[in-house]
Write a protein that binds this ligand. Sequence first.
Ligand code: GAP
Length: 511
Amino acid sequence: MAQEDIFKKLVAHCKEYGYVFQSSEIYDGLSAVYDYGQYGVELKNNIKKYWWDSMVLLHENVVGLDSAIFMHPTIWKASGHVDAFNDPLIDNKDSKKRYRADVLIEEQLAKTEEKINKEIAKAQKRFGDAFDEKQFRETNPRVLSNQQKYDELHARFAKALNDNDLAELKQIIVDQEIVCPVSGSRNWTDVRQFNLMFSTEMGSTAEGASKIFLRPETAQGIFVNYLNVQKSGRMKIPFGIAQIGKAFRNEIVARQFIFRMREFEQMEMQFFVRPGTELDWFEKWKTSRMKWHQALGFGEENYRFHEHEKLAHYANAAVDVEFKFPFGFKEVEGIHSRTDFDLAQHEKYSGKKIRYFDPELNESYVPYVVETSIGVDRMFLQVISAAYCEEELEKDSRVVLKLPPVLAPIKLAVLPLIKKDGLPEKAREIINNLKFDFNCQYDEKDSIGKRYRRQDAIGTPFCVTVDHQTSQDNTVTIRYRDSMEQERVTISELGKIIGEKVNMRRLFEKL
Ligand code: GAP
């Protein structure tokens, strides 16, 4: 099945099984805004816990923060967001649709890359074990010609971005004969810059309301609290401040479900270091964050680092962690070496000294910062797309979410075989005992087979069936989601069997 079709099914599955709903659906929805349903919110909370504990629990020099969404408007002037938090936009005059010029070109690059990959996959199939990819890349005329096209376009695109050359971006779109996916025409406007921040008013008009912004990143809340945390926590450099919270961006290209939203959540950590050591810390956090992703077991081949085409004006190094979504490799997380830009800017605009006295050097300086920034919603999409699986079985088929058990919303379902003979009561007794440790679900409706399928679709790693034998010897059947194997165990063993698989410690030990 084409990846596109799988993605459509995944989106439908998320709705049908209470993971993600379109916001304001009964009013025809609000574009690029989503709500998380009963299972979605549990998965999201588990992802956040995995991130938070890996930062704050496992690093004695990383502490948490929860800063407000509303902040003084000068913060956004100082950070550069008022003047430079822009996307280059282009409109198609026939369809009246608006696009990000850089995304149109990136998609063109991805198409060329796809052609190369297809050639390689075909050859791999043909030659089997004898296939030498390096040699094939260096000698096959079609691959060489596409690689040359890719490299030329890539270099031109990177230069246009770095020079902020909007006319050149348009010229690339024209030269590449990129068409509007809706109208199919090449009737484009010029490229313009568009600021992504949402604004609102604070205070009544009588008092003189002031324009404030909804934060487009949580990071600035950390920067402006740097001194508060450093002093009150007597933190010594190097140290980090971690925060999870909502961010808002008026995104123009709002496609691909929860990949790009207008209201989303970020998990950000700013690590304050001595100037001159930032590139070492950048490398350390790069390695550490990749391990965090790969510990979930979705396959190392599905991750890669992507160096930025254009470094932001404040950064001296930046890399993205990309995951292979059904629509290709895309950014999940950014790791940025932000120099002392943000703190120095806040020093300048606030007029307050934001320094660290380093007792080892016996001098004060503005710390440098290495940032790790990941979207909760993108991480959610990573997890759910890696977990979604359609399996053909001997007699029928099933859709199963092979979620890592530690992240699964429901850890176990307890199912009485029939609705009488004291079996429901026994099932409730098991839940009442285990509910303090695990999120449990009781289900007595439909045949046992249908109930297993329902739990597979939700991603519940364990189903426990209570039958007549249970009343005699206190044993139950435990069924494992992925293998569908069943075994007979005593009720008293359940806590241990499940606990071993769903304890986050298992993930943390891999980091
Ligand atoms: N403080 C740095 C910063 O915000 P970013 O690369 O703009 O950097 C970091 O964003 C992460 O936030 C991204 O890697 C992505 O996971 C997430 N993110 C950004 N914009 C998003 C959007 N519109 N919808 C969902 N997630 C988004």
